[in-house]
Structures are given as structure tokens and as C-alpha cells.
Design a protein around this ligand. Structure first.
Ligand SMILES: N[C@@H](CCC(=O)N[C@@H](CS)C(=O)NCC(=O)O)C(=O)O
Length: 218
């Protein structure tokens, strides 16, 4: 049987989403660290680009296939390993979960990703400060919308009490918000979901500080 391998970086929120899914589904895997910053970023090396043409993590090798893009990877895991299910039963609820996923995956994370921030650092006069301000701004725009959307429907998790794909996207994004110094007081619903999931075993196992490439462990 071909080995299951996750190409990941400890602090990558997109890798973290997949790590949570793998833990929830009980899938064992080999962790292959791709350092996104050392020497300009190992993701840009020829070997890794052949695995992931966009030069990003995560990449998952599983069941003899090589998968990229966290949404596609997590939906694959959910389809091939249905327990526990990560999408709700009703079409309307699935649409809500996918709407949250899309807000984070397309509307927040790409705007505070390493590549754009490096570019802003180069073109802005006060590069370092502008990078932080930029990231905070776009996270807050997305979080304002999510807070309004989720306040009426969240009961511990994004949607009621069931862990869905949306939770796998929200928790790592809240971590990034903290990293960039965003004040979370304006987001009581998002903060409550984050706090409720923080001690769930799959979320604990997937946390950056638990990864083999977390700096204090290597
Ligand atoms: N839509 C992709 C985004 C992947 C992505 O942006 N990964 C980041 C880490 S979270 C990355 O590899 N950044 C490297 C870079 O920007 O050079 C996914 O969900 O997998």
C-alpha cells in the first residue's frame, strides 16, 4: 500500500485544516515538513513544485493519489471515510457550511497569505507595519461578516453542535487573527467557537505547537 503523506508547515492554516480532518477521520500519516520561509521558501523548490504546481501547502498523498487544495482534500477524506461526517444532512445547512468555508478560503486567507504580504512589504513605504495593518484589515472584514452570519446559528460549533468542515477552517483562521494582533472582542461568537473546540482531541493534535517542525521541537 502506498504511504499516506502530508506536506505541511506547522503554522500554515491551510495545512492545519487538513491535519484536523485527518485526526477526526483517524488517518495515520507521515508528516513531511515544507519550510515556507527558510531560504526563500522550500515550497518554491523544483521537487515540491512537481507535487504542488502552485507551490503551496498542503499536499496530501493518499490511496495512491496526490491531492492539493485543502477544500478538495477534506471533501475527498469525507467522501472516502464518511465517519464522522463533516457535512450536515440538509442541503441548506451544507450551503451554509460551504459559505463559511468560502469566506475564509477565498475571502480572508489569500489576502493575508505569505506571498501577498511579502509583496506588500516590498512595495509599501513602511513595509513591516503595513503588512500587519493589511492582514488585520482583511481578517476583520471577513470576521465582521462571519460574526453576523453565525451569531444566530452557532451553538458551540459553527453550525449548531456538529463539527463540520467550517470549524476546520475557522479555528486556524482565528489563530492567524491573534498572530496579527486583531482584537477579538468584537467577535464573541467566533471566539466562543474557538474556545469550545480548543480542547477537542483532533484540534489539539493538529495544533501548530504539536507539529514536528514547530521551532521549539526541532
Ligand atoms: N487554497 C489553498 C491555499 C494554500 C495556501 O495558501 N497555503 C499557504 C500556507 S496556509 C502557503 O503555502 N503559502 C506559501 C506562499 O504563499 O508562498 C488551500 O486551501 O490549500
Amino acid at each position: 500500500m502506498s504511504p499516506t503523506r502530508l506536506y505541511s508547515y506547522y503554522r500554515s492554516s491551510c495545512s492545519w485544516r487538513v491535519r484536523i480532518a485527518l485526526a477526526l477521520k483517524g488517518v495515520d500519516y507521515e508528516y513531511v515538513a515544507v519550510n515556507l520561509v527558510r531560504g526563500g521558501g522550500e515550497q518554491h523548490g523544483q521537487d515540491y513544485r512537481e507535487k504542488n504546481p502552485l507551490a503551496q501547502v498542503p499536499t496530501l498523498e493518499i490511496d495512491g493519489a496526490r491531492l492539493t487544495q485543502s477544500v478538495a482534500i477534506i471533501e475527498y477524506l469525507d467522501e472516502t471515510r464518511p465517519t464522522p461526517p463533516l457535512l450536515p444532512d440538509s442541503a441548506a445547512e451544507r450551503a451554509l457550511v460551504r459559505s463559511v468555508v468560502e469566506t475564509i478560503n477565498a475571502g480572508i486567507q489569500p489576502l493575508q497569505n505569505l506571498g501577498p504580504l511579502l509583496r506588500i512589504g516590498i512595495i509599501a513605504d513602511n513595509g513591516e507595519a503595513e503588512k500587519i495593518a493589511w492582514a488585520r484589515h482583511y481578517i476583520s472584514v471577513g470576521f465582521d461578516a462571519l460574526e453576523r452570519q453565525l451569531a444566530p446559528v452557532s451553538r458551540g460549533c459553527v453550525l449548531g453542535e456538529q463539527i463540520t468542515i467550517a470549524d476546520l477552517f475557522l479555528v486556524p483562521q482565528v489563530y492567524n487573527a491573534r498572530r496579527f494582533g486583531l482584537d477579538l472582542a468584537a467577535y464573541p461568537t467566533l471566539s466562543a467557537i474557538d474556545a469550545r473546540l480548543a480542547d477537542q482531541p483532533a484540534f489539539v493534535a493538529a495544533h501548530p505547537e504539536r507539529q514536528p517542525d514547530y521551532p521549539e521541537r526541532s
